[in-house]
Design a protein around this ligand. Structure first.
Ligand SMILES: Nc1ncnc2c1ncn2[C@@H]1O[C@H](COP(=O)(O)OP(=O)(O)O)[C@@H](O)[C@H]1O
Ligand SMILES: [Mg+2]
Length: 340
């Protein structure tokens, strides 16, 4: 496996399915110009020019995976509305299997509408019901999981706290781990429920929420990472640290992967890229250190792009050939391999 990165050519497992379960969102953008104040009220008028739809939340994780050639199925709740039709079209266009989608009669599809005037976001309108799913919805979700899980080699939980990832759903997933690579990325405090997952990938704010304490120093971060690893009994913990990269905690070591991007344009969705690449690499047989390295490279790529938050195998391979990244590879990955 190691030699594959060394030759700058990546081979991911595209036959086994990856299941993404979580909060699916429709991101809608209205672009326009804002040049005058309304005569009706003291508010600016956005003169509409065009609009765009994108996959958000768990659907963005799924899209990150299919951009790398992975075989992906998604389980999530959508409403019985036009937004869900849009979402299905986008998922279909991104080669994501939608047979596991659960339609709720009680809640709308989660939609975030952003109004943009000359590249500047001026307003966001959220339509959502972020209450936890009720027993009827839960039954449908579990039934969908029962159908999807058997032929999956990996499971990713992408919880944006919009209601689907309840205690019961996590319990069901924990009982379905078997030999699967299971990775959780959650905005909720409930990380400790993911016992036995391969890894979890909270950001710094989420780690603070888990332990209900401020992380004031590097020492605090290391201590929290190690504690989380112990409490979960997982193979690893990945703390994503924004401009400070990723810290990987395993039983053997703590390794910091610095972020390499100097040109950062758009960090939205970078965490989704990390979970997607990490999971796909682990399922493809890369070890934890190589998988983390690849996830970190992929994150560096997407933060350099405006708007898009996905990458491709070709693009990652191109970056792996860059000197800065090769140096980092020698310094971090090869060195820690020698120490093993
Ligand atoms: N400002 C930044 N500069 C360079 N890399 C970044 C920056 N923000 C995020 N990244 C990269 O994206 C990864 C995930 O971002 P982070 O903000 O930590 O997670 P999340 O999106 O889940 O909150 C980071 O670990 C890092 O590799
Ligand atoms: Mg995250």
């Amino acid at each position: 496996m190691f030699s594959e990165i060394h030759n700058f050519s990546l081979k991911f497992n595209t036959s086994k399915k990856i299941l993404v379960i979580g909060d699916i969102m429709l991101d809608e953008y209205w672009f326009g110009e804002m040049e005058r104040i309304s005569p009706e009220a003291p508010v600016p008028v956005l003169k509409y020019i065009s609009s765009e739809f994108r996959l958000g939340g768990a659907a963005n994780v799924a899209k990150n995976l299919t951009s790398l050639g992975a075989n992906v199925s998604i389980v999530g709740l959508v409403g019985n509305d036009v937004e869900s039709e849009r979402l299905k079209e986008l998922l279909f266009d991104s080669n994501i299997d939608t047979s596991g989608l659960v339609v709720s009669k009680k809640r709308p599809t989660t939609r975030k509408l952003r109004l943009i005037a000359r590249k500047q976001q001026v307003l966001r309108v959220d339509s959502e019901d972020s209450n936890q799913i009720d027993s009827e919805e839960l039954e449908k979700v579990i039934n969908s999981l029962k159908k999807q899980i058997p032929d999956c080699g990996a499971i990713i939980v992408s919880d944006y706290r919009k209601g689907i990832i309840t205690k019961e759903v996590i319990e069901f997933l924990v009982n379905s781990i078997d030999n699967r690579v299971c990775v959780a990325d959650s905005k909720a405090k409930n990380y400790l429920l993911f016992k036995g997952f391969t890894t979890v990938a909270p950001n710094l704010k989420e780690v603070e929420a888990i332990f209900d304490r401020k992380l004031m120093s590097e020492e605090d971060i290391v201590q929290s990472g190690r504690e989380l690893l112990k409490l979960l009994g997982s193979k690893a913990v990945h703390i994503t640290r924004g401009a400070d990269g990723i810290s990987l905690f395993t039983e053997e070591s703590t390794i910091n992967f610095p972020a390499f991007s100097s040109e950062v344009y758009d960090v939205t969705g970078a965490g989704d890229t990390v979970t997607a690449v990490l999971t796909l690499a682990l399922m493809s047989g890369f070890d934890m250190i190589h998988s983390t390295f690849l996830a970190n490279v992929a994150a560096a790529i997407v933060v350099r792009k405006v708007g898009t938050s996905t990458t491709s195998i070709n693009e990652i391979e191109r970056y792996l050939r860059e000197e800065e990244i090769r140096d980092l590879y020698n310094k971090i990955v090869l060195k820690s391999k020698k120490n093993e």
